[in-house]
Ligand binder design. Structure first.
Ligand SMILES: Nc1ncnc2c1ncn2[C@@H]1O[C@H](COP(=O)(O)OP(=O)(O)OP(=O)(O)O)[C@@H](O)[C@H]1O
Length: 480
């Protein structure tokens, strides 16, 4: 987990009668590989994953694969379940009361860890939201008197924030189970031909942990020794509307789901191609900036279902996971210049957009990172401070209680980078500048390298995707 930016695990759910005919040779797991038919069904393709699980793997086993992310509580982490509708994402993340999924297991282990940390004061709190038709809704808000209203995403220092999102302190597993069940019942689901309880929204649960030194926590600024925001995302599944038999309302939801997932795919492609990712295109990718293009550790769990009707979806899902785990150097999110009121930011090197820096070693902190967030023992609604993703502090900044001092004039060396890292970045910048200069001076391409000459075999959805890629390409080219 240390040397890579994004990890990918694959999980095959068990075969059920409704899945129809299934030939086990067409989807099989062996050690850390998974083999499946290509989307045309003409040959077997084998993908290497960091871990892969077959239909017999227990929830505990899958959780054990997530635990390395938790070992170092000082880093932010994101676990994302990805896959087509009915492939087992909600089962994997949420699970059932008999077989709890990753979310309850992570909460339990964080609460267990915090109980055992003597001499420290640990606050654990959660936020939980859903993105339904590209609108953000709070799943923990008090809804007694009012219908839920969409929340806005604002940005501060390049980090998304959601004013008004409920932050709920969690003292015990009992506390968590109670609110989690209510919140899950609120999450929009509907019956489709592929899943009687199909999620119509992406759900993101965020766990915030603060550890303070008991001896000093009463002094001025407080002593936040660490803070981390594990994110646990159960995405809605991509849908083939011929198979789901969606009505008009379901179709509108399905369109929003498919659009946001193709944006997600495009971001991965842009990062791999060394381009600046277009995070702002939809709410999902805006909120996942740090997970995909920033410093958070990220694990994609690619869920797939056995059966002929899932063949294309399985192949696409596994291809997506395969591409995601190829991301090594992530593109740093742009941070605006207006940092006068922010002493830490002014002392930090301001990373350039598109500068490839290895996640955890780069420095990025805001003054809000240092603020003590004290939560009363009841639901609080956050209005003017960080709700999501804004307070991320690398250990190197907080544990020594020393802020990185970097002169503003002259070249800066981000704290934590070795000489070799700096040399590598300079080399990469040089070659990037050269290739960009080449692009600017070259004639516009007459044909795009990634466009198939014969696209008659593409589905309508694939054509739309390709069209969007071309428009992005043209826009980029035009800007250059
Ligand atoms: N590993 C598993 N073991 C047993 N049952 C499973 C497993 N994975 C999924 N299932 C069952 O398969 C069905 C579909 O799973 P689930 O609802 O998690 O799919 P999903 O990917 O979240 O779908 P959607 O995107 O439509 O919400 C459920 O009945 C679930 O209980």
């Amino acid at each position: 987990m240390q040397d890579k930016s994004i990890q990918a695990h694959a999980r095959v759910r068990p075969h059920v009668v409704d899945d129809g005919h299934f030939n086990p040779a067409h989807l099989s797991v062996s050690s850390n590989t998974i083999s499946t038919l290509n989307s045309a069904g003409s040959s077997l393709v084998t993908f290497s994953y960091d871990r892969s699980y077959d239909g017999h793997s227990s929830q505990k086993t899958v959780f054990e694969g997530v635990q390395p992310l938790q070992v170092d509580l000082f880093l932010n982490a994101t676990v994302v379940a990805f896959g087509v509708t009915g492939s087992g994402k909600t089962f994997t993340m949420q699970g059932t009361s008999e077989e709890p999924g990753i979310i309850p297991q992570v909460v339990e282990s964080i609460l267990g860890d915090s109980a055992g940390s003597s001499g420290r004061n640990v606050d654990v709190s959660v936020t939980y939201l859903e993105i339904l038709k590209d609108q953000v809704y709070d799943l923990l808000a008090d809804r007694t008197d009012n219908t839920p209203q969409p929340l806005q995403i604002l940005e501060s220092q390049g980090q998304p924030q959601i004013p008004g999102l409920t932050v709920l302190p969690i003292g015990s597993m009992g506390d968590f189970d109670a609110v989690y069940q209510v919140a899950n019942a609120r999450r929009k689901t509907a019956s489709t031909k592929l899943n009687s309880q199909s999620s119509r929204s992406h759900a993101i649960l965020s766990i915030h942990v603060e550890i303070r030194d008991e001896k000093t926590h009463s002094t001025a600024k407080g002593k936040i020794m660490t803070r981390t925001d594990p994110w646990l995302c159960d995405l809605a599944g991509s849908e083939n509307n011929r198979l789901t038999g969606n009505d008009k309302e379901r179709m509108a939801e399905s369109k929003a789901i498919n659009t946001s997932l193709s944006h997600l795919g495009r971001i991965v492609d842009q990062i791999l191609a060394g381009q600046k990712p277009s995070f702002r295109t939809c709410k999902l990718t805006r909120l996942m900036q740090d997970s995909l293009g920033g410093t958070s550790r990220c694990l994609m769990i690619c869920c797939v279902a056995p059966g002929e009707k899932y063949r294309a979806g399985t192949f696409n899902t596994l291809q997506f996971g395969d591409r995601s785990k190829k991301i090594k150097d992530r593109i740093y999110i742009d941070i605006p210049d207006s940092s006068k009121e922010d002493p830490i930011t002014t002392q930090c090197p301001r990373p350039r957009a598109s500068l490839p820096i290895r996640g955890p070693s780069s420095v990025r902190a805001t003054s809000s990172s240092m603020r003590r967030v004290s939560l009363p023992a009841r639901t609080v609604s956050v209005t003017s401070r960080t709700s999501i993703g804004a307070t991320r502090v690398p250990l190197s900044v907080l544990s020594n209680n020393a802020r990185p001092m970097v002169k503003n004039d002259g070249p800066v060396k981000p704290s934590g980078l070795t000489e070799d890292d700096v040399k590598r970045i300079v080399r990469e910048l040089q070659s990037k500048t050269e290739s960009e200069a080449e692009l600017i001076h070259s004639e516009p391409r007459t044909s795009m390298p990634f466009v198939k000459e014969d696209n008659t075999s593409l589905t309508e959805e694939q054509k739309q995707d390709r069209f969007r890629v071309l428009v992005d390409f043209a826009r980029d080219h035009h800007e250059k």
